[in-house]
Design a protein around this ligand. Sequence first.
Ligand code: SAH
Ligand code: SF4
Length: 348
Amino acid sequence: MSNLNNAELFYDLSYSKLEAVLATWNQPSFRAHQIWQGVYQKLWHTPEQFTMLPKTLREKLFSFFSFSSLTANRVVTSPDQETIKTLFILPDDYAIEAVLMKYEQRRTLCISTQAGCAMGCVFCATGQMGFKRHLSAGEIVEQVLYYARMLKLEDEKVTNIVLMGMGEPFHNYDATLKAIDLLNDANGFGLGARRFTISTVGLVPMIRKFADEERQINLAISLHATTNEERTSLLPINKKYSIEQVLEACRYYVTKTNRRITFEWALIAGKNDSEATAKHLAHLLHGMLCHVNVIPLNPTSQSIYQPSSKEQTRLFQQTLEKAGIPCTIRLRRGIEIQAGCGQLATRY
Ligand code: SAH
Ligand code: SF4
């Protein structure tokens, strides 16, 4: 039986909700476990795959629930085959993106939490497109299952997930955390909490809320500037939550969780890449359990900004390290396939 267009997405269900639904269908409770394992461990998504279910139950399951809400519209692979980006179309025709990055033993997914983004960061393709809508937990989960199925064909697994695709995860807090919980479930997909990283533009109340939950999930903060004037010119949300407030919330997070926090820094030529800025940053972060990820800016058609040179990037890193702040340079792998945040969807 084919999916009904308005059927509820299966991946929006929690396990207990599935159990409740099956109970109303007068099914024995072991069916929930079988279906859950089929979906999240065996990665099945068509009725024919669920051979252990009676045919009537299979049909009912697939008529009540949709197992596919995303249509892969374009798949772009980098020349070295190590980065695979997919443009997905949602049922209401909005576009989102997700990227698989293969690096040594790691199979890292970068997934989206919203179609578009309301934060309007000036260097970000997604920000320039504006906010379309939140994704549901199931729509976030399905991006992962799509790639997990692809990797399974090569006997490989997703090892890490970063919520750094389109959208601001903390603007869609509940769905984001629900998606992580679904993927973390040891009876299902079973990816450890420490394998996830949430990246936020710095929504202070949500950083504090997240800290209070004392989870094992990694947190990254997009800082990009050391003064409020500079940061507001790049990240308009800084008008609402200043650098001081963001860093105070970060210190609170570290105290609460004892976890190292990451600061993201997109290096923009002549804007935030000077030695003096690096020194100022080291001063601001002094004493915090943290490290800095610098990423040369990925230029977009909408913005005038350009990436820093290799030399300037090295200098920035060395200045931070000398001042005692660990700093890694992340290469923007996949630039050649528009794997920067929101770049494919903008073209769609
Ligand atoms: N909204 C969240 C997560 C998605 S953006 C956030 O802003 O943190 C993920 C990361 O990509 C952020 O650090 C963001 O600042 C960065 N980013 C966006 N556009 C970029 C670009 N053109 N070049 C380099 N980094 C970019
Ligand atoms: Fe949104 Fe993050 Fe892009 Fe800013 S950088 S517009 S918060 S996705």
